[in-house]
Design a protein around this ligand. Structure first.
Ligand SMILES: [Zn+2]
Length: 94
């Protein structure tokens, strides 16, 4: 993969072919027939990669692999809050 990937499209996959994939996260090999996660860097079908579902989950838990909507939310400038000033001051943090 070239360049930093800002967001990922991901979906569960399970192949029927007797081949192996190399997980781009841990570089371990696994059989296509085991349930795994298909990754599309920024939705790019040409660069799709199969990864261990557990590896993806670990990355996601560490906040490293964002979905498009998460990335858009994170990169969008913060909009003025509709909350009353006192809620902002005294921490209405989620
Ligand atoms: Zn892995």
């Amino acid at each position: 993969m070239t360049g930093p990937v800002r967001w990922w499209e991901m979906r569960p996959a399970e192949g029927r072919q007797a081949k192996t994939y190399t997980c781009p996260i841990c570089h371990g090999m696994f059989l296509a027939m085991t349930p795994n996660t298909l990754l599309f860097p920024e939705g790019d079908r040409e660069r799709r990669r199969h990864a261990h579902t557990a590896c993806v989950a670990r990355q996601r838990a560490a906040g490293k692999m964002l979905t498009r909507s998460e990335w858009e939310r994170a990169s969008r400038p913060a909009r003025p809050s509709k909350q009353p000033w006192w809620r902002r001051l005294f921490g209405a943090r989620r």
